[in-house]
Design a protein around this ligand. Sequence first.
Ligand SMILES: NC(=O)c1ccc[n+]([C@@H]2O[C@H](COP(=O)([O-])OP(=O)(O)OC[C@H]3O[C@@H](n4cnc5c(N)ncnc54)[C@H](OP(=O)(O)O)[C@@H]3O)[C@@H](O)[C@H]2O)c1
Length: 248
Amino acid sequence: MVKPGDRVAYAGGPPGSYSEARLVPAHILVPIPAGVDDTSAAAVMLKGMTAQYLICRTYPVRAGEAVLFHAAAGGVGLIACQWLKALGATVIGTVGSDAKAAVACAHGCDHVIVSTKEGVAKRVKEITGGAGVPVVYDSVGKDTFLSSLDCLRPLGLMVSFGNSSGKVTPFDLGILAQKGSLYLTRPTLATYTATRADLEATARDVFDVIREGRVKVEVRHTYPLREAAQVHRDLEGCKTVGSVVMLP
Ligand SMILES: NC(=O)c1ccc[n+]([C@@H]2O[C@H](COP(=O)([O-])OP(=O)(O)OC[C@H]3O[C@@H](n4cnc5c(N)ncnc54)[C@H](OP(=O)(O)O)[C@@H]3O)[C@@H](O)[C@H]2O)c1
């Protein structure tokens, strides 16, 4: 648990983070270790813990496996792709522009697909010699859901963890049968960190990979808190790379 004077961080919990000071329940706080500065901690609490549970628990990726991670230059993506590379995976990432492709390549992606120019499923099949990948991590949602299923090998796992382009529209469950007896999960960080033990273990893993240098946190966008509306416009316009941090 935490004590007075600790530098602390949290992810999730009750709404109200757009504020200079706030009260939060002590049980959702974790101490920030020495060697991790405040801005980095703010950048990785939600996104780093999400990357951790996705690649270590939802589908524990093993060295040598090829995996597909959508929005590879986004906040979660940039952390996850570096972490996947450190695990020894072959990382296939998707991005929306050539500029973001360069960033994704520099942060762990072995192959980057610019989804505005190339067919994602076709490229994934080419890269994997026709086999497909065992897992797709998809936070884009509506625009990518069905083509993500086409990237999977038989018995593969579709991890739909976000809705950046909108909610996935209802579909016939039979599609999972037709496309190779696929598995589907819609996970949330809240479930994976619901117990104090899981929260502490997940946060510890995140801070460890940062301190060991396996994942580098580069915060390219900081905004004053009063510009929160502009932050949302930039996120919606896909203008950001990596994590965005608002400063009081
Ligand atoms: N389930 C969970 O536990 C959990 C936890 C954390 C976050 N999330 C969700 O995961 C998603 C990614 O989070 P993040 O922090 O990485 O977000 P982010 O930094 O804003 O990245 C999102 C990226 O998605 C791509 N995208 C494609 N279509 C889009 C559209 N119509 N509008 C906006 N973006 C679009 C863009 O990349 P390109 O320009 O390269 O296409 C964009 O930069 C979010 O939906 C978030 O809510 C879920």
